[in-house]
Unconditional design. Structure first.
Length: 202
């Protein structure tokens, strides 16, 4: 094959690959997204509580959704809504935020905000650092922090996913179609580094 034929073949191959990639991207844009529900419960130690006071019960019910599969593949982000209850702090308070699922980084990160019963805004931030050597523990245990809108620590929490809820969790997965093709509103993704209190492998 002479140089001219080789260049023509390369140009044709590049053009074909470009068309195939464009077609694949367009197809991904047409694919529906997904949604699921999750419940986790545990305890939180409030910063304002005195030493020796018992930790408070915390439970949240979340609904995660992403309208297009292509949107999730771009940044791993889903939008979450639901409610949270903390003894003496909030009762079934609506939550709003994001859940990032990064399988390639072994990270699942939760960030959402809510108003307490006294109308104080709090921010929940937690991260699962999944480890193959401790898969069940790191997939079901979420260390987290609660902070005020001024960035002050309000409390530290540890919440758990009950394995008994696994069948309901799996059944909750469902397709989601956007009203119009559009990615989720762009929020800066949080850094994927583990938090200071993240779980490590045994």
């Amino acid at each position: 094959m002479n140089t001219a034929k080789l260049l023509a073949w390369l140009q044709g191959s590049v053009a074909l690959a470009t068309r195939a990639a464009s077609a694949l991207r367009a197809k991904c844009e047409e694919l529906p997204g997904f949604g699921f529900s999750e419940t986790m419960s545990g305890t939180v130690q409030l910063s304002r509580d005195k030493d020796g006071e018992p930790e408070r019960k915390l439970v949240f019910h979340l609904r995660a959704e992403v309208p297009q599969l292509a949107s999730y593949l771009r940044d791993g982000r889903t939008s979450i809504s639901g409610e949270i209850s903390i003894d003496g702090v909030a009762h079934a308070a609506p939550v709003s935020g994001s859940l990032w699922i990064w399988p390639h980084r072994n990270i699942i990160r939760y960030q959402f905000s809510f108003l307490t019963d006294s109308r104080q805004q709090l921010f929940f931030s937690g991260q699962k650092d999944v480890r193959l050597l401790a898969l069940q523990r790191t997939m079901t245990t979420l260390p987290a922090e609660l902070k005020t809108d001024a960035g002050q620590l309000f409390g530290r929490a540890t919440v758990y996913f009950a394995m008994a809820d696994l069948p309901a969790f799996v059944r909750s997965f469902h397709p989601v179609r956007a009203a119009r093709p559009a990615p989720i509103a762009a929020d800066p993704a949080p850094p994927p580094e583990p938090t200071n209190h993240a779980i490590s492998a045994l």
